[in-house]
Design a protein around this ligand. Structure first.
Ligand code: ZN
Length: 364
């Protein structure tokens, strides 16, 4: 985004009015590829973006599988997807900073900017949040429109495939930075996509020892490669005692909960020292059974709920870490498929064969 304020009318280079897209076509599993989705038109304050690459998120897995959460939340008929990089191809008449041709990603949490939290620096938890690909048309499509305020210009040193996953990377950065890990021992329960990203982010942010858990041996191996001191299979409780013993007999300073598993909540808080900090990002499928007296009250724990990314503090932090070459993401972004192979792409992600799977939608 340049600082040159030069509003022009909405422009698109071709007259074609339709686009390729993945649509949640029915109240059931899967998505449908269509070639004739009407191309969106930007409103006065919107930016029209031609999507280059899109990441498949855990959220997209819920939408694909059509679980209880998805059935209760996703409107049938929308274009899904929310992690992406693209090129600005048109701007609304009231847009002042974005210019056509800029490579961008975008914050997918869209708010009117008028509620209490938006006006006090906490727009990521605004009461009127609408999310790309969940509440409104997303980015598994050739084109998307987003408000200018949500657009994030991507630094030239950041490759497209990394720029496509700034959304989940931002979740990891937000979690790590909120907890504060510098010179502290850290336990990350669950090393799925964001948990693995959190390993490299925690290392970059100056964590001391980083302990991780995951049932999948491939992910434990990758966590070690990314900088974890030890990666445990969470089945059984021996590892909890081991972590406590090795951390002055008291437990880790920081817990980053990334799995949403009831057992991980229990084990993670058991491994946390008295007075420690827990940042919770994982979303339990149902309310977890959790001993709050033991794990929070008597422990004197600080518990942080993590939602989205801080607008836009997290984005600036993430950019700095990326430009500084501090993050290792090559082994996390494992597969890339063209949009037309969306079924294979989703299967690769869901089976666990792939970690972060990216779909390429257009060339530059
Ligand atoms: Zn996501």
């Amino acid at each position: 985004m340049s600082t040159v304020a030069k509003p022009v009318n909405s422009v698109t280079p071709s007259n074609r009015s339709t686009m390729r897209a993945l649509v949640k076509h029915h109240a059931g599993p899967g998505l449908k590829f269509v070639a004739d989705r009407p191309r969106p038109t930007p409103g006065p304050r919107d930016v029209l973006i031609r999507v280059l690459k899109a990441g498949i998120c855990g959220t997209d897995r819920h939408i694909w599988e059509w679980d209880a959460w998805a059935a209760g939340r996703i409107p049938v008929g929308i274009v899904t997807g929310h992690e992406f990089v693209g090129i600005v191809e048109g701007i609304g008449s009231a847009v002042t900073r974005c210019t056509v041709g800029t490579r961008v990603s975008a914050e997918g949490h869209i708010t009117a900017g008028t509620d209490f939290n938006s006006r006090t620096g906490n727009a990521h938890i605004a009461s009127d949040t609408r999310i790309l690909g969940i509440d409104r048309d997303g980015i598994f499509a050739e084109y998307v429109t987003v408000p200018e305020e949500n657009v994030w210009p991507v630094h030239e040193s950041i490759p497209d495939k990394v720029a496509a996953v700034l959304d989940p990377l931002g979740n990891a950065v937000h979690t790590v930075m909120a907890a504060g890990v510098s010179a502290k021992s850290v336990l990350i329960t669950g090393t799925g996509i964001i948990g693995l990203m959190a390993v490299t982010v925690a290392k970059a942010a100056g964590a001391g020892r980083i302990f991780t858990t995951d049932m999948d041996p491939r992910r434990r191996a990758l966590a070690l490669k990314l900088g974890a001191s030890e990666a445990f299979d969470p089945r059984g409780n021996d590892w909890v005692d081991e972590v406590r013993k090795t951390c002055r007999g008291e437990g880790v300073d920081v817990l980053l909960e990334m799995s949403g598993s009831s057992a991980a909540y229990d084990q993670g808080f058991s491994a946390l020292r008295n007075g420690g900090t827990a940042a919770l990002l994982g979303i339990p499928a149902k309310p977890p059974t959790f001993n709050i007296t033991q794990h929070v009250v008597f422990k004197g724990a600080t518990v942080l709920g993590i939602n989205g990314r801080k607008m836009f503090e997290t984005w600036y932090q993430m950019e700095e870490l990326l430009i500084g070459g501090r993050l290792e993401l090559d082994d996390i972004i494992t597969h890339e498929f063209p949009l037309e192979q969306y079924e294979k792409a989703h299967e690769t992600m869901i089976s666990g064969e792939g970690i972060k799977v990216v779909m390429s939608i257009a060339d530059r």
